[in-house]
Ligand binder design. Structure first.
Ligand SMILES: Cc1cc2nc3c(=O)[nH]c(=O)nc-3n(C[C@H](O)[C@H](O)[C@H](O)COP(=O)(O)OP(=O)(O)OC[C@H]3O[C@@H](n4cnc5c(N)ncnc54)[C@H](O)[C@@H]3O)c2cc1C
Length: 491
C-alpha cells in the first residue's frame, strides 16, 4: 500500500456518511493507511446498516445480510477465515445456492412432492436461468432490448416443459413449482416481480463459487474485526446527515472569491456541521432515490440522477417465528410450500401471504424458522401488527403441512427495510432500462471545479458493477474509495 505523508493527511478531513459495511471498510482502509482525520457520521445508534444481527438468549437472528455469498475470491470469506469466525461448527451452515430445494416440498393438505420430480424441475429451471445469464455473457440480443427476465422465463420454461415426456399431472406439478420459484427469485434479486429485471444485463452480476455460508456467531462478527482497528472517536452515531454542501467558494478578506479551506460542509439534521475536504457518501441507493435532489448542493449532475432513477432498489424482508419446539423434522434445513391451483400469485398486496414460499431453519436459532418476502407484499406486511403476521403465517403452515397442531409462535420478529427511512428498501437490482454503466455512473466521484480533486465520492453495494447487492460489494467499494484518496495523497 502507498505510504501517506502524515503532514498532509492530518490536515485533510474525510467525512464518511453511513456506517454500514461500505463506510466501515473505507474508514478501516484509511485508518490503517495512517489517515488521522477520517470520521464516520451514522444516523443510527449502531454500526452495520443492513448487517443487523440480533441476539436473544441462545438465538442469533440476522435481520439483514444472511450469508457470505461464495468462498472462492470473496473478501468477506477471507476476513472470516483469517479471524476464525467460522469455527463454531454447531451453528455453521453451508449450502449450494443452485440447489434451491430445502427439505420437503408441501402441497396444500400435507402432500409432499416426490423429490425426484422436484429435482428434475430444478434441473430444467437452472438451465433456463443459466440462459438468462448468458445473454450478457455471450452478448446475445433479446428480441426486445428491454425484455425482462420474468417474460423470458414465463415463455421459455413452459416451452421446454411442453417438449418433455412428462405426464400431464407431472407437468402441472412442475408448472406449480415454477410459479413458486419465480417468487423465490424476487427475493434473491431484490425486486417485486421478475418482469422488473432486465434480461440483457442481469448476467453482469458475478457470483463467487463455493456456496452460501453463514457466520455462526453472527454476521456482525465480521464488522467487529474491522471496527477494532478504527478509533472509537471516529464513529459518530445518531447523526443523520441532511445535506452536503460541496465545492464551496468563499470570499477572502479582500473580497475576492477563493476556495474554502475545507470545501465541504456536511450538515446534520440536528444542526451540527462537519467541515471536510473529502466526503464518501455510502447511504443506500433507496435513500439516494428519495433524497438525491435535495441532499447535495450544488445538485448532482443530470447523468448521475438518471442512473440513480434507472437502477432498481426493491424491498426484501424476513419474518422469524420462534416456536416452543420444532414442528419440522429434526435436522431439516427447512421446507417449501407450493400451491396446486393456478391462482398462486397475490392479486393485491393484501394477499401478501401468497408470496411465502421457502421456510429456512438456521442452526443459529434452533427453534426458529424464517421466511423471506419481497416487493409490495413485503411492504404491506411491514405495516401489520405482529400478532396478525404470526396468525396468518401459522394458518398457511397448517394448511400446507396438514398439521393443525402447529401452535402460534412464542416469538415473532420481522424486518422492515422498506419503511426504514435510512434504507428505503433492501438492495439494488438491474432494472429494465438500466445497465452496468449506470452503476459506474453512480459510483463516479464529483470533482471540485477549483482543485479538480475528487471531493464527493460514492461507495456502497449499489456502486459495485459486478457484485452489487452484496456485503462484499459494499466492502470492496469502501476500499475502492479509500484507495482513491490514498493515491491522491501518497508521497
Ligand atoms: C434482508 C436482507 C438480506 C440480505 N442478505 C444478504 C446476504 O445474505 N449476503 C450478502 O452478501 N448481502 C445481503 N444483503 C445485502 C447487504 O446487507 C448489503 O448489500 C450491505 O450490507 C450494504 O452495505 P452498505 O454499506 O452499502 O449499506 P448500508 O449497510 O445500508 O449502510 C449505509 C448506512 O448509511 C446510513 N445512513 C442512511 N442515511 C443516512 C443519513 N442521511 N445520514 C447518515 N447516515 C445515513 C444507514 O443508517 C446505514 O447504516 C441483504 C440485505 C437485506 C436487507
Amino acid at each position: 500500500m502507498a505510504s501517506l505523508d502524515p503532514k498532509v493527511t492530518a490536515r485533510r478531513k474525510v467525512v464518511i456518511i453511513g456506517g454500514g459495511m461500505a463506510g466501515i471498510s473505507a474508514a478501516h482502509r484509511l485508518t490503517t493507511a495512517g489517515w488521522t482525520d477520517a470520521k464516520i457520521v451514522e444516523a443510527r445508534d449502531r454500526p452495520g446498516g443492513r448487517i443487523w444481527t440480533q441476539r436473544s438468549g441462545p438465538n442469533i437472528i440476522e435481520l439483514g445480510a444472511n450469508w457470505i455469498h461464495g468462498s472462492e475470491g470473496n473478501p468477506i470469506y477471507k476476513l472470516a477465515t483469517d479471524h476464525n469466525l467460522l469455527k463454531n461448527s454447531a451453528r455453521f451452515q453451508k449450502f449450494d445456492p443452485r440447489y434451491r430445494l430445502r427439505g420437503d416440498t408441501f402441497l396444500p393438505g400435507g402432500q409432499v412432492i416426490d423429490r425426484k420430480i422436484v429435482q428434475e424441475f430444478l434441473n430444467m429451471y437452472e438451465e433456463v436461468i443459466e440462459e438468462c445469464i448468458s445473454f450478457y455473457l455471450k452478448k446475445r440480443r433479446p428480441q426486445h432490448p428491454d425484455e425482462s427476465v420474468g417474460n423470458y422465463l414465463e415463455q421459455e420454461f413452459p416451452r421446454r416443459l411442453g417438449l418433455s415426456n412428462d405426464s400431464d399431472d407431472v407437468k402441472r406439478l412442475k408448472m406449480a413449482l415454477f410459479k413458486q420459484h419465480l417468487k423465490q427469485e424476487t427475493f434473491a434479486i431484490g425486486c417485486h416481480n421478475m418482469k422488473e429485471v432486465r434480461l440483457q444485463n442481469v448476467g453482469e452480476h458475478v457470483s463467487f463459487a463455493g456456496g452460501n455460508i453463514n457466520l455462526p456467531d453472527g454476521y456482525d462478527t465480521v464488522l467487529d474485526v474491522l471496527l477494532r482497528d478504527i478509533p472509537s472517536h471516529c464513529m459518530l452515531y445518531n447523526k443523520q446527515v441532511k445535506c452536503v454542501l460541496w465545492d464551496q467558494v468563499i470570499a477572502d478578506k479582500s473580497g475576492a472569491e477563493c476556495h474554502s479551506q475545507h470545501a465541504i460542509s456536511v450538515v446534520c439534521e440536528d444542526g451540527e456541521i462537519f467541515e471536510a475536504d473529502h466526503v464518501i457518501v455510502t447511504v443506500p441507493l433507496g435513500v439516494l432515490k428519495k433524497h438525491a435532489s435535495t441532499f447535495f448542493q450544488p445538485p448532482l449532475p443530470e447523468k448521475k440522477l438518471g442512473s440513480i432513477t434507472r437502477m432498481g432498489f426493491g424491498v426484501v424482508d424476513k419474518v422469524f417465528l420462534e416456536f416452543e419446539k420444532p414442528f419440522w423434522e429434526a435436522g431439516s434445513p427447512g421446507f417449501q410450500l407450493v400451491c396446486k391451483e393456478d391462482d398462486t400469485d397475490p392479486t393485491c398486496p393484501k394477499e401478501w401471504y401468497k408470496k411465502l414460499y421457502i421456510f429456512y431453519v438456521d442452526p443459529k436459532a434452533p427453534n426458529t424458522v424464517f421466511a423471506w418476502l419481497s416487493g409490495e407484499e413485503a411492504l404491506y406486511m411491514e405495516a401489520l401488527a405482529e400478532e396478525e403476521v404470526a396468525h396468518t403465517i401459522v394458518q398457511v403452515l397448517r394448511r400446507f403441512t396438514g398439521n393443525d397442531g402447529i401452535p402460534l409462535p412464542r416469538g415473532l420478529v420481522t424486518s422492515r427495510w422498506g419503511s426504514d427511512p435510512l434504507t428505503c428498501g433492501s438492495y439494488s437490482f438491474m432494472a429494465v432500462g438500466a445497465n452496468g454503466e449506470d452503476i459506474d455512473t453512480i459510483a463516479e466521484p464529483l470533482y471540485s471545479q477549483h482543485t479538480r480533486e475528487p471531493v464527493v465520492q460514492f461507495a456502497g453495494e449499489a456502486t459495485h458493477r459486478q457484485y452489487h447487492s452484496t456485503v462484499h460489494a459494499a466492502y470492496l467499494s469502501g476500499q475502492r474509495e479509500a484507495d482513491r484518496l490514498i493515491h491522491l495523497y501518497k508521497s
